[in-house]
Write a protein that binds this ligand. Sequence first.
Ligand code: GDP
Length: 441
Amino acid sequence: MLESLSERLEGALKVLKGENKLTEINVAASIKEIRRALVDADVSYKIAKEFTDRVKEKALGSDNVLKAVSPGQLMIKIVMDELTDLMGGQAAGLNLAGKPTVILIAGLQGSGKTTFSGKLAHWLKTQKKKSPLLVACDVYRPAAMDQLTVLAEQVGVPVYKEPESKNPVQIALKAIQYAIEHKCDVVIVDTAGRLAIDEEMMAEIKNIKEAILPQETLFVVDAMTGQDAVNTAQVFNETINFDGVVLTKMDGDTRGGAALSVKYTVGKPIKFASTGEKMDALELFYPDRMAQRILGMGDIVSFVEKAQEQFDEELAKKLEKKIQKNKFDFNDFMAQINQIKKMGDLKSIMGMIPGMDKLTRNVEIDNNAFKKVEAIIQSMTPKERTNPDLLNMSRKQRIAKGCGRTLNDVNMFIKQFEQMRKMMHNMSKMPGFGAGAPPAG
Ligand code: GDP
């Protein structure tokens, strides 16, 4: 995500490495690079210039005698704060106060509207414990209705459609009635898009909005289209006065212009970032976390949240006890692998850890990385899995044969496992391990 902008900004900040003070001269050199990086990321010159003027002012006005931080660190902090402000400062959140809450989804054809509608339903259901209803209001493309139906099935929510109707306003109104009768508390209305802005489409979406009075109107734009996305959003906003923007295809090779300039240009916040074709590839948009990611600091908060979503307290407590007693076994190891896998795509998880995104930027991360280890463990008998000390040479040979790996592979894995087990056991003796009482022994 936004790799090239990240690299360029890091380069611009490196200019200050080794300097012991922020001066007119070294700040100017850094600023010039930052401005170029922004313009190359498809941010307009005006926004880039204003941005760097503010950074410059803060840098030169800052307390240069701060001993604890280097000029480079100070500049990173200033740029991070400005990036956060540029993208809206605070996370915008979603208004779910309606009974039912009605969310209208608008955007150009191909922007990712229908996919987002499905993802939003999934997000509301799993993260907010809501009962959403998806509504197919694209009366021009039967395929769009089918696509929404497939997605609805996939995420396990009902869909409201009227294949014979050509009146999206009526469909939307009837869908709200249906939602009330069927106890759905959020109604997500997917509308028709066009290839480019046209009057007829604008009038239609305006009519729908005036009839159903949604709590939220979200405008979906493809982040890959850069400034075009921003311009389209601006024109749409003048007509339908939407509440927030959804940036899709943030997993692609987007340069960042849309993410950085939409809030400034249109005056509306980005509410969600869509990062893939899978139904769970959706994140609430946090300007500060995005700024951290852009500056190559990973996104440790999102990472922790993702981990917490999968965190099972009971399991963690059990595990803690086993580690303390040095009884961590292959079954526990397998359970850990499964937890990590549940967090999603490995590369995007790694990208959230500070420093890791740089290391993994040009590396193909294999989502099957655990396969080898899993195969080895699966070739063990239940007894061996709970009692790693049983593993003598003949058992190891049998395991290697069973999983189609070499004896060396098996030996290496078991050695690593033993080292890890020892390390965890030693750590468990340190003060502060776990959440509860100090460990015994
Ligand atoms: P609509 O015409 O606006 O409803 O757009 P669709 O939802 O049909 O999406 C258009 C294409 O973009 C489809 O092939 C989607 O799978 C793809 N797509 C949508 N969102 C994303 C995303 O966040 N990342 C990626 N990589 N592809 C996406």
